[in-house]
Write a protein that binds this ligand. Structure first.
Ligand code: UD1
Length: 420
């Protein structure tokens, strides 16, 4: 296992380029299962999670190739196995995204239940209930969901109690080949869902309502292989913007979509940073004191839960300011707090709220990464901290950040990756 050693307290300057979005690449890769032929996906980030879903597709019989330039090809002509094993699913919950496409094309699938997760229970009941409404018979046994389509997959009215991102994606992928019309109400509006809708439309699917909370899908009898691109990662973008806010400096983040980060950019401006938006770039400059802002995580276009830990690290650095951070999406997503305290933060957790009193900065220490975004918050704190911080268990970061250490070094950070 590797650790990151970061010598903090150095402002960051220069340019950084954003990779494709993990959370868009995963459903796009899963969607290739819907049609035979050779699919080409571009701007696929080089991450542990994208490698995991590729291995999952290979375990079904698909041929997957990945090149260093982010081009992935998938040929799903010869699918011979319809079981997603526990060994693969346990390392990545998003493996459940194969359920919809396998049922749509082959009428059956066996997928291991994802099990516990570091940031709360995270059930998949919405996915399963919606599939049942579409005519899928489910049996839960030995830790697996056995799913079989009774007759033909049928379009149905679906309502999500909470707009679930992967739930919406799974049902979209099931609905595109179902008989009749599926209407998804209270659908997730995250840009990653929009990216999947675009790919499915290019494949020949009939979908209305892209980027809205009401999606209408009229099933078609077959789809074709396509050439699609993964959108830039808004969470990676946000992480680097916050890092510059914490460490100070002047950095231009390229190859991103400023319009996918409305809530974060608003908060960063309120926190005292200068933000200049281009069409595909964002310049961030810290040239004054940081101010406290309150944050509530919300479904898109609200503040993303995947940036909650990172903004907390920034708020912990204000000069005595008070910030309340309220997590509404996941019930147990404050694991970074204990580690930020080790770096000198003053944070009290009360249920789903964290009350953050700025201490003016951090001091380097040994800390441990707990989950993907919690780890990112520790990197941010370490970049700003006086002295050296060692972050162990960084395999979490490798799930979601393409070449993190290299990108940070390119803007002047002192970051080394070495064996623990
Ligand atoms: C996706 C993202 C994840 C992000 C999250 C919220 C991917 C691969 N992952 O996760 O990075 O943090 O959206 O933006 O895209 N829920 C249920 N039952 C369900 C499904 C969800 O109760 O069947 C609840 C969840 O516990 C949570 C809320 O709905 O409280 C939203 O979760 P959801 O949008 O489904 O998260 P994921 O799709 O798993």
């Amino acid at each position: 296992m590797d650790k990151l050693v970061i010598e903090g307290g150095r402002p960051l300057f220069g340019e950084i380029s954003i990779s494709g979005a993990k959370n868009a690449a995963l459903p796009l890769i899963a969607a290739t299962l819907l049609a035979p032929g050779l699919h080409t996906l571009r701007n696929v980030p080089n991450l542990r999670d994208t490698r995991t879903i590729s291995r999952l597709l290979e375990s079904f019989g698909a041929c997957v190739t990945s090149a260093a330039d982010g081009v992935m090809t998938v040929n799903a002509d010869n699918i011979t196995n319809l079981e997603a094993s526990y060994e693969l699913v346990k390392t990545m919950r998003a493996s459940v995204l194969v359920l919809g496409p396998l049922l749509a094309r082959f009428g059956r699938a066996r997928v291991s239940l994802p099990g516990g997760c570091a940031i709360g229970a995270r059930p998949i009941d919405f996915h399963l209930q919606a599939l049942q409404k579409m005519g899928v018979r489910l049996e839960l046994a030995a830790g697996y969901v056995d799913a079989v389509v009774d007759g033909t997959l049928q379009g149905a009215p679906i309502f999500f109690d909470i707009p679930s991102v992967t739930g919406t994606e799974n049902i979209l992928m099931a609905a595109v080949l179902a008989k009749g019309t599926t209407i998804i109400k209270n659908a997730a509006r995250e840009p990653e869902v929009g990216n999947l809708v675009e790919m499915l439309q290019a494949m020949g699917a009939d979908i209305e309502g892209k980027d809205s909370d009401l999606l209408t899908v009229r099933g078609v009898s077959r789809l074709k292989a396509v050439d699609s691109s993964v959108i830039p990662d808004r969470i990676e973008t946000g992480t680097y913007l916050i890092a510059v806010g914490a460490a100070g400096g002047d950095v231009t983040v390229n190859n991103c979509r400023p319009n996918h980060l409305p809530s974060l950019l608003h908060k960063l401006r309120s926190a005292g940073l200068t933000i200049e938006e281009g069409d595909t770039s964002i310049r961030v400059v810290r040239n004054g004191p940081l101010k406290s802002v309150d944050v509530q995580t919300r479904p898109y276009p609200g503040f993303p839960t995947d940036l909650q830990a990172q903004i907390m690290a920034l708020m912990a650095m204000t000069d005595g300011g008070l910030s309340v951070i309220h997590e509404t999406i996941f019930e147990n997503r404050f694991m970074h707090v204990a580690e930020l305290l080790r770096l000198g933060a003053n944070i009290r957790v009360d249920g789903r709220s964290a009350i953050v009193k700025g201490t003016g900065g951090f001091t380097g220490a040994k800390v441990m990464a707990t989950d993907l975004r919690a780890s990112a918050s520790l990197v941010i704190a370490a970049l700003a901290a006086k002295g050296v911080t060692e972050i162990s268990r960084i395999y979490h970061l490798e799930r979601g950040y393409d070449n993190l250490a290299g990108k940070l070094r390119a803007i002047g950070a002192r970051v080394q990756q070495m064996p623990e």
